[in-house]
Design a binder for this molecule. Structure first.
Ligand code: DX5
Ligand code: ZN
Length: 211
């Protein structure tokens, strides 16, 4: 069963409440929230107060993707704000094991994200501490970029590494009906998409097309 996680990076930031309600009604499985700090990635988005103010408007899980340096200083803010899953980048902390355990200790599911140049080996010794693995299929920072096909092999290898474990395998970046099919074939079961879901205003149709 493939889950769809629309990224609100492509939403109308002036109307986030109604955008989230529309995604909920359109059949989204979770809401993907991209947090960027202007350092780890060359873009700046939203912080925990915005996540907190959106929390009452849907019961869908909040899938918070932290693209920030020093995530340890921020994960508690997002747990307090109502995040269900908190994903950090493997490249953003030297103490992955500790940070993942910290996220779980706050009552959230713990995710690790890999940028396109990071090999999957980094996951080897933390598989028992992780609930979600996010393979970035573009370089993080912006919506609307082109899917990087070399990541399909990485998805398949991670799928094998996770055999027998209850770990979600998520992809993010350049996901449209064509690349979605390739990612699902490789083993992904959560698809993040911004551009292709917000494209022409028919969120339900676009979500269905990805599934
Ligand atoms: C990029 C973000 C993505 C982004 C995807 O750094 O992590 O979630 O919103 O956007 P599209 O679907 O347009 O590639
Ligand atoms: Zn994302």
């Amino acid at each position: 069963m493939v889950q769809i996680a629309p990224s609100i990076l492509s939403a109308d930031f002036g109307n986030l409440e109604s955008e989230i309600r529309k995604l909920d009604q359109a059949g989204a499985d979770m809401i993907h929230i991209d947090v960027m700090d202007g350092h780890f990635v060359p873009n700046l988005t939203i912080g925990a107060p915005v996540v907190k103010s959106l929390r009452p408007h849907t019961e869908l899980p909040f899938d918070v993707h932290l693209m920030v340096d020093n995530p340890d200083s921020m994960v508690a803010w997002f747990a307090d704000a109502g995040a269900d899953i908190i994903t950090i980048h493997a490249e953003s902390t030297p103490h992955l094991d500790r940070t993942l355990s910290f996220i779980r200790s706050l009552g959230c599911k713990a995710g690790i994200s890999l940028t396109p140049s990071t090999p999957e080996d980094v996951l080897s010794y933390v598989l028992d501490k992780v609930d979600l693995i996010l393979v970035m299929t573009v370089n993080p920072g912006f919506g609307g970029q082109k899917f990087i096909p070399s990541q399909l092999g990485k998805i398949s290898r991670i799928k094998e590494m996770c055999a027998g474990r209850d770990i979600l395998l998520e992809v993010d970046g350049g996901i449209n009906p064509l690349t979605a099919a390739e990612c699902i074939a490789a083993g992904a079961n959560v698809l993040v998409a911004g551009t292709s879901i917000f494209a022409n205003g028919d969120y339900a149709k676009n979500i269905e097309a990805l599934r």
